[in-house]
Design a protein around this ligand. Structure first.
Ligand code: IFM
Length: 440
């Protein structure tokens, strides 16, 4: 690795990120059913119909996994809590085993000198709430605040930071417009409502945590650099619209109390009644913003219904996800977000990493491309710091190879290889390189 900890400010934090459904093993410990279980059980949605029932068995192996974090000389661990593990019905009586699990996890992190950075929701909605319309139903915001109070009532006194919802774009657009994630809908009315309600739920959860006296509260959004597929005016317009519903919609809601006009051209007839009155809740003050960044997309116009465009393959080297590697996009977003939205608020790169066809050979995994990817993106962070952007930390996605949603277990993002037959963990070359770079 080209960089070391010494290349960053003293208070700059390095971490790794995971999420509950992707690693824990949802079949254990009394967790209730989620919309990801039924989505995965429906033919055609997930590669080989794989689900998170066992995943990495982190539910039983968490202590060894936390040792891996410490062994990599990381400072902070970003994980999520499973709503359905804590409240199997989504509302009502908590599952004591679920609360105990997160309690042990937080204590285990603190014992190892690691800061617990919690995300409340990373996509596994309890099935009983999905039955009631899930993110399309405004009631979700109240239920989410209740869940927040339940889990934070148990661990909120010891967590270092908290953010309500991972990647609102995926909860809204990817899951309700593109149909690629649970609940697999392709409906513009569902999308407009889900995208608004996810922000409302962010606001109610943030208010609930403030009322409990919690501090260091943020939001985590994902960003893709949108570039026109050709030099024409139509492609430029298409890329601007992609940028509006992907990158600007949620920031505009959170920091300006409005939605971009270009998005409302499509969404206006489908918004829930009274949506304009919700911004007071949505704009609950934040202490930081997290940016998840992986790639750019080339956007070409077409004659289809709104938004009237599609992605085309780009020329840059790609990861195993088929995603172009474009570190300049991270520099763009860090500087743009600071200048136009957050204005001095601490920023964290809360996810960044690559999938690769990593092979375990003689007990080792040579994943030099991942080392290069991390190096290139850290160089972008370093440039942003030099320009005065207050970037305070960088998290690699992910600690472990895990369940990559609709793509099942094939796409390996981990610093640590997981053999999904026997669940054995093997730190990859990137893990060892990071541990050396971060040694104090
Ligand atoms: O695995 C996902 C994660 O759940 C959310 N951010 C992107 C990652 C890679 O696709």
């Amino acid at each position: 690795m080209q960089f070391t900890r010494a290349d960053f400010p003293d208070d700059f934090l390095f971490g790794a990120a995971t999420s509950s459904y992707q690693i824990e093993g949802h079949g254990f410990g009394g967790a209730g059913p989620t919309h990801w279980d039924s989505f995965a059980a429906t033919p055609g949605n997930v590669v080989r119909a794989e689900n998170g029932a066992v995943a990495c068995d982190h539910y039983h192996r968490w202590a060894a996994d936390l040792d891996l974090l410490r062994g990599a000389n990381l400072d902070v661990y970003r994980f999520s809590t499973s709503w359905a593990r804590v409240l199997p019905e989504g509302t009502g009586t908590p599952n004591p085993e679920g609360l105990d699990f997160y309690d042990r996890l937080v204590d285990g992190l603190l014992e190892r000198g690691l800061k617990p950075a919690v995300t409340l929701y990373h996509w596994e909605l309890p099935a009983p709430l999905a039955d009631k319309g899930g993110w399309r139903n405004r009631d979700i915001a109240g239920h989410f605040a209740d869940f927040t109070e339940t889990i934070m009532g148990r661990i909120g006194d010891r967590v270092w930071s908290a953010a309500p919802i991972n990647e609102p774009w995926c909860v809204g657009w990817l899951s309700h417009f593109l149909g690629q994630h649970a609940p697999g809908m392709r409906d513009i009315r569902a999308t407009a409502r889900a995208m608004h309600h996810v922000l409302l739920a962010h606001g109610t959860a943030t208010q609930a945590m403030r009322a409990m006296g919690m501090t260091n509260l943020g939001a985590v959004c994902n960003f893709e650099f949108a570039a026109p597929a050709d030099q024409g005016a139509e492609a430029a317009r298409a890329a601007r619209l992609y940028d509006a519903y992907y990158n600007r919609f949620f920031l505009s809601g959170l920091f300006r109390g409005e939605y971009p006009d270009a998005v409302m051209e499509g969404f206006a007839p489908h918004m829930p009644a009274g949506w304009q009155d919700d911004f007071e809740v949505i704009r609950a003050p934040l202490d930081w913003l997290g940016l998840n960044y992986y790639t750019r997309k080339l956007i070409a116009p077409d004659a289809g219904a709104w938004p009237g465009h599609h992605e085309v393959a780009g020329p840059l080297p790609k990861t195993a996800m088929g995603w172009e590697i474009h570190p300049d996009g991270l520099l763009h977003f860090l500087t743009w977000v600071d200048r136009d939205f957050t204005r001095g608020l601490p920023l964290y790169v809360t996810e960044n990493g690559m999938a690769a066809p990593d092979l375990l050979r003689d007990g080792a995994v040579d994943d030099q491309p991942r080392i290069d990817y991390i190096d290139a993106h850290l160089a972008a962070v370093r440039q942003a710091l030099d320009l005065g952007v207050p970037v305070k930390g960088y998290f690699t996605w992910s600690l472990l190879d895990n369940y990559e949603w609709a793509l099942g277990y094939d796409k390996r993002f981990g610093l640590v290889h997981v053999d999904f037959d026997n669940l054995e963990r093997t730190p990859k070359a990137s893990y060892h390189a990071l541990a050396r770079a971060l040694a104090r």
